[in-house]
Write a protein that binds this ligand. Structure first.
Ligand SMILES: *[C@@H]1O[C@H](CO)[C@@H](O)[C@H](O)[C@H]1NC(C)=O
Ligand SMILES: *[C@@H]1O[C@H](CO)[C@@H](O)[C@H](O)[C@H]1NC(C)=O
Ligand SMILES: *[C@@H]1O[C@H](CO)[C@@H](O)[C@H](O)[C@H]1NC(C)=O
Ligand SMILES: *[C@@H]1O[C@H](CO)[C@@H](O)[C@H](O)[C@H]1NC(C)=O
Ligand SMILES: *[C@@H]1O[C@H](CO)[C@@H](O)[C@H](O)[C@H]1NC(C)=O
Ligand SMILES: *[C@@H]1O[C@H](CO)[C@@H](O)[C@H](O)[C@H]1NC(C)=O
Ligand SMILES: *[C@@H]1O[C@H](CO)[C@@H](O)[C@H](O)[C@H]1NC(C)=O
Length: 524
């Protein structure tokens, strides 16, 4: 058979490059942008399901976190930007300081530790392919700290690793977002840490967006701002503010809206919008959204229409006055519920206060939003909260207080209130048998490594809107800690997320939270 001549191949090549509708890029005064009509953005929900949960039926069409992380690294050809709280992709069963300590090779294999190693190898491969890699994280956790990102960056000028301590900027808080951006077009946002345990021993939920340059570009702005913070001298850019909304004095970046305009500095962050001094952070009545047509492969849904989607970020000072706060996006998702419809919320933590501030702050934003829709829309709210080895004890009091909404709803015969709050704990089997298998040469009763066996996903879904986040539902995550969410009105994503929730809610791994005992205070 005759082969094509070289000039003909070249012509074909140029034709493909410049006329391919998939990759056509337009230029405008704002720089390059991609035409949404021509780029078909795809989205998949992503889960990690811990081993040994035989009664959890898998929701079809959902990808596994380990695959998605491997692909994001494997497909990157130009750039890879990762935000992580900490790194422990490689297990350390031989390190007595590690929660993996004492488990055998077979145990580790059974726990799925190899998946973490494979993700790490894919990252090494990308680094060796000369992909420009940026790794941004908190200082990490005991005993590995920043060992893995530092190793990846060592001797490779194309890999940069920085540690960002938000405590220096907000007085407390950490980098808690989990975000991967590959080649400025493929993105992961979700609850999974860069930890082998997050792939096979912790239950996680996220979203994988493929061929979505417009969404990637917006997440990148946030990334660049965090990167910038990591390279600034925080003491030259922070101030104490008397915060009227939260009734406390705390440290904030000097461009914060919480400061009076006269005391405020010029923001060193690009794309920052000046707004007036506010008591609390402004709720945007018309937050920035983008209309993208998102294809959801494997789902029975025609995607000829575009639906609005959004991103939200925390803390507020990184929002440039343009994007909505993460807290608003959670509240608006709860409030998006239709009359008589259902809101489903899944979270590891739930606490109506702050956790890490020196002055404890009361925080009722989400529980108020729930009570409001139970009253005004007769909505049903289903809340799933993790119960595990590091459960925060006072959670139960706050959940009971939220359940009291049901008593208030039915408290008068004049109330026209038929809504309902239902709350369940999620118990991944083995949650109370986690930790090193050996301590000081003595065998423990543990059968799983430390910090495993927990439902760690953070999301909310009403009948019309899905919100997938990285933040725990506690004050600190919205005001001092870095978090990112992706949300959408895409009906296929909404219904798939509802199915994922219902599978958990109806599984044998849940227990109902009991309401407060009826008080007899008023009967005499
Ligand atoms: C690239 O990503 C796709 C899915 O988005 C996956 O099927 C493929 O295996 C990935 N390629 C590599 C080299 O990781
Ligand atoms: C940071 O800024 C403070 C206050 O402006 C200054 O005293 C300090 O020397 C600076 N530190 C560095 C490392 O530049
Ligand atoms: C996005 O789509 C929605 C519904 O299709 C429409 O109401 C809205 O005006 C659109 N927004 C923009 C900015 O095009
Ligand atoms: C898609 O859903 C519609 C309505 O729910 C149903 O009638 C149809 O059979 C489904 N198609 C497939 C391929 O599952
Ligand atoms: C939580 O409760 C458990 C059991 O009652 C107790 O052992 C633990 O110390 C408590 N933790 C905190 C932080 O109060
Ligand atoms: C662990 O939790 C399970 C389920 O709640 C319980 O049945 C079991 O007794 C607990 N085991 C220990 C060692 O606490
Ligand atoms: C192990 O032994 C050392 C030295 O005796 C002691 O300091 C340490 O607290 C022990 N660790 C645990 C977890 O019991």
């Amino acid at each position: 058979m005759k082969t094509l001549s070289v000039p003909l191949l070249l012509i074909l090549y140029f034709f493909l490059i410049f006329c391919n509708p998939i990759t056509r890029v337009h230029s405008s005064s704002d720089g390059d942008y991609y035409d949404d009509d021509e780029v078909q953005c795809k989205a998949w929900l992503v889960q990690s399901i811990p081993t040994d949960m035989p009664h959890l039926s898998l929701v079809p069409g959902v990808l596994s976190t380990a695959d998605v992380f491997r692909w994001l690294a494997g497909n990157s050809s130009r750039s890879l930007d990762i935000i992580a709280q900490y790194w422990q992709l490689i297990a350390h069963p031989q390190d007595p300081r590690s929660g993996d300590y004492g488990y055998s090779k077979d145990d580790m294999l059974r726990f799925g530790a190899n998946d973490g190693l494979e993700v790490y190898r894919e990252l090494e491969n990308a680094a060796d392919r000369d992909v420009n890699i940026r790794l941004l994280q908190h200082s990490g956790v005991y005993p590995d700290y920043t060992e893995e990102p530092s190793k990846l960056a060592l001797g490779r000028p194309n890999v940069k690793s920085v540690t960002l301590l938000l405590k220096e900027w907000w007085g407390s808080g950490v980098v808690h977002a989990k975000v991967w951006i590959s080649d400025n077009r493929d993105v992961y946002i979700g609850s999974a840490n860069n930890d082998w345990k997050s792939l096979t021993q912790v239950k996680e939920l996220g979203i994988y967006l493929v061929g979505c340059p417009r969404i990637a570009e917006e997440v990148k702005i946030y990334y660049d701002n965090l990167w910038k913070l990591a390279h600034l001298n925080s003491s030259a850019y922070t101030k104490q503010v008397s915060d009227q909304q939260w009734q406390t004095t705390r440290k904030v970046p000097c461009w914060s809206h919480f400061l009076h305009r006269k005391e405020r500095c010029r923001s060193p962050l690009p794309k920052y919008l000046e707004v007036k001094h506010v008591t609390g952070y402004p709720v945007l009545s018309d937050p920035d959204t983008f209309n993208v047509s998102i294809e959801t492969p494997g789902l029975n849904y025609s995607s000829s229409h575009t639906q609005s989607s959004y991103l939200s970020f925390a803390p507020p000072e990184l929002l440039f006055g343009q994007y909505q706060t993460d807290e608003q996006a959670w509240v608006d998702t709860i409030k998006s519920v239709g009359k008589g419809e259902t809101v489903r919320i899944s979270t590891m933590d739930w606490l109506g206060q702050s956790q890490y501030t020196s002055q404890t702050l009361y925080w009722s934003s989400l529980s108020s939003a729930i009570s409001e829709v139970v009253f005004s829309k007769n909505a049903k709210v289903k809340l799933l909260v993790a119960y595990w080895a590091h459960f925060i004890n006072s959670t139960d009091q706050y959940l009971k207080s939220l359940l009291y909404t049901n008593n208030l709803c039915a408290s008068s015969k004049y109330n026209n209130c038929y809504g309902k709050v239902e709350i369940k704990y999620y118990l991944v089997p083995g949650f109370n048998l986690t930790g090193p298998s050996t301590i000081n040469n003595t065998a423990t009763k543990n059968i799983y490594p430390g910090y495993t066996r927990v439902n760690h996903g953070k999301y909310a879904v009403s009948d019309v809107r899905a919100h997938i986040g990285t933040s725990n539902l506690i004050w600190d995550y919205f005001y001092t800690t870095a978090g990112v969410s992706f949300g959408t009105y895409n009906p296929a994503i909404v219904s798939k997320l509802q199915k994922i929730f219902d599978t958990d809610w109806n599984s044998p791994y849940v227990q109902s939270v009991q309401p407060l005992e009826e008080s007899r205070a008023f009967s005499s």
